[in-house]
Design a protein around this ligand. Structure first.
Ligand SMILES: C[S@@+](CC[C@H](N)C(=O)[O-])C[C@H]1O[C@@H](n2cnc3c(N)ncnc32)[C@H](O)[C@@H]1O
Length: 245
């Protein structure tokens, strides 16, 4: 039986924080009760499945450049860790995240994300920027310029109908919608195929989900798939799907 993890209610809201096994925090969706990250470790999952398996962390920490798309900004953990990696290596980063329900600063502050960053200023600057737009910003694309070399754009839109106004391709896609049982519309041949067009040849779509139907959908789109070992203490396997060159 799965162990219960401690939870904290955020006062004055319907939001609940879960303390995951590596002592990092995640949120539980207020309507579905589904967590935004693995209970085995939100931080470990984000670092391993997204930053490590995509190769983005290695590139940025060694002064390289990367264009990254995230499906489901959620708490911002993936974005902040990626910006932090670019700061460490003085890399160049263009980050884009799609999110239909953009969390306000008060909620993100409860997750103590700056604890996980070697440059906590990344989180402080993100939250100060996010605060300008209030709790319920209008749909739109919001550009956060951390430095001349590092930017992150939050596309506050429904990812199912969003399209980029200009042609763009990414080195990596952090594919992090809720699981197929909750968000089936993201795990289809149609949607995964639209993601493939957004990758450069040799670019990777990385995700936590390795179920048979998702593998079949990725193969039907023409990705080369590889199941990689999951994070320590977490899922046995996770996915890296590559657009062939
Ligand atoms: C598993 S969470 C993402 C966690 C995130 N990567 C992080 O580091 O915290 C899934 C996210 O997808 C978002 N989402 C769900 N349906 C969406 C849609 N149709 N368009 C855009 N975002 C959506 C949810 O609001 C949620 O924030």
């Amino acid at each position: 039986m799965a162990a219960e993890r401690p939870v904290l209610k955020i006062a004055g809201t319907n939001q609940v924080v879960q303390i995951t096994d590596d002592n990092s925090r995640t949120l539980m969706h207020p309507e579905t009760g589904v967590a935004f990250h693995s209970a085995s470790g939100a931080l470990a999952e984000t670092r391993h499945v997204y930053l490590h398996n995509s190769g983005v962390q290695n590139k940025l920490e060694n002064g390289g450049e990367a264009k990254v798309l995230e499906i489901g900004l959620g708490t911002g953990m993936g974005m902040l860790l990626t910006v932090n990696a670019a700061v460490i290596g003085q890399g160049r980063l263009e980050y884009h995240a799609l999110e239909s329900d953009w969390l306000c600063g008060e909620i993100v502050r409860e997750l103590d994300l700056e604890r996980h960053l070697s440059h906590p200023v990344v989180c402080e600057r993100y939250l100060a920027w996010r605060d300008q737009f209030g709790t319920d910003p209008k749909p739109g694309s919001y550009v956060w310029r951390f430095s001349p070399e590092i930017s992150a754009t939050v596309h506050h839109h429904d990812a199912r109908i969003f399209s980029f106004p200009e042609p763009i391709q990414f080195d990596a896609i952090y594919f992090d919608p809720f699981a197929p049982a909750v968000n089936p519309e993201f795990w289809t041949v149609e949607f995964l195929g639209s993601m493939k067009k957004l990758l450069i040849g040799g670019g990777h779509l990385v995700t936590y989900c390795v179920n048979r139907r998702v593998k079949d959908a990725l193969l039907a789109c023409g990705y080369e798939i590889r199941c990689l070992p999951g994070p320590v203490g977490g899922k046995r396997e996770v996915m890296r799907a590559t657009r062939p060159c």
